[in-house]
Design a protein around this ligand. Structure first.
Ligand code: CA
Length: 225
């Protein structure tokens, strides 16, 4: 489920947006003030933000600035027709991903949904939620840790990606071996110990004493996030 955060103090516009987005299968959370929206953003999983500029408490661009300090979550600015030209100019320096001129016509929600879908296609990170610690570049098959690309063998990369995608779950050596091998699994599950050792080393190179991978005696390994 895609979570959309809507920040808009015009109830008519917001209700029309929520209606159209929920009909298209998105999950919406709507706030009328920047303060409430930021509080929600900081404590919840948000995939995309629709942000009005004229808000009752904080300027929408300030909301965007605070969001950008902590995340690259796509943000679409909602601007009123009369102010659109200024807003488009203002967008340049504010790292918004797109903007939409609010109109009362029935086409408006349809355009917004099309823009949301296009943005999500471009920006969806493979490893969600944990992207502050680990991120995965699908195209290059590279894992980054704390923003630095990890030097791993393909097998190590597969194991760590599996753990990152399923944090706080214990995997046996047998299961981790099946993650590396597409074909029949050999009996030498102790190779997993060697891989885990190398992965720990690679993580420690970037963050000294990092303890993300936990050994569960007699069971296997988990990644604690
Ligand atoms: Ca407004």
């Amino acid at each position: 489920m895609i979570n959309i955060l809507i920040v808009e103090d015009d109830i008519t516009i917001a209700e029309a947006l929520v209606f159209a987005l929920e009909n298209s299968g998105f999950k919406c959370k709507w706030f009328t003030t920047g303060g409430e929206a930021l509080n929600h953003f900081e404590h919840n999983d948000v995939d995309l933000v629709l942000l009005d500029i004229g808000l009752p408490d904080i300027d929408g661009f300030d909301v965007l600035r605070i969001i950008r300090k902590q995340s690259n979550t796509p943000v679409i600015i909602l601007t009123a027709r009369s102010e659109s030209e200024d807003q488009v100019l203002a967008l340049e320096g504010h790292e918004a991903d797109d903007y939409i001129v609010k109109e009362s016509g029935s086409d408006s929600p349809r355009i917004i949904i099309a823009k949301i879908k296009a943005l999500l296609r471009r920006s969806k990170p493979e490893v969600k939620k944990n992207n502050s610690v680990f991120s995965f570049n699908e195209a290059l098959q590279q894992l980054s840790f704390r923003g630095e690309v990890l030097t791993l063998t393909p097998a190590e990369c597969k194991i760590l990606t599996h753990l990152v995608k399923n944090p706080n779950r214990i995997f046996t050596r047998q299961v981790l071996l099946s993650v590396i091998h597409d074909g029949p699994i050999g009996s030498d599950i102790t190779t997993i110990n060697t891989h885990i050792k190398s992965i720990r080393k690679a993580l420690a190179k970037i963050e000294k004493g990092s303890k993300y991978i936990t050994t569960h005696r007699g069971l296997g390994y988990s990644l604690v996030l």
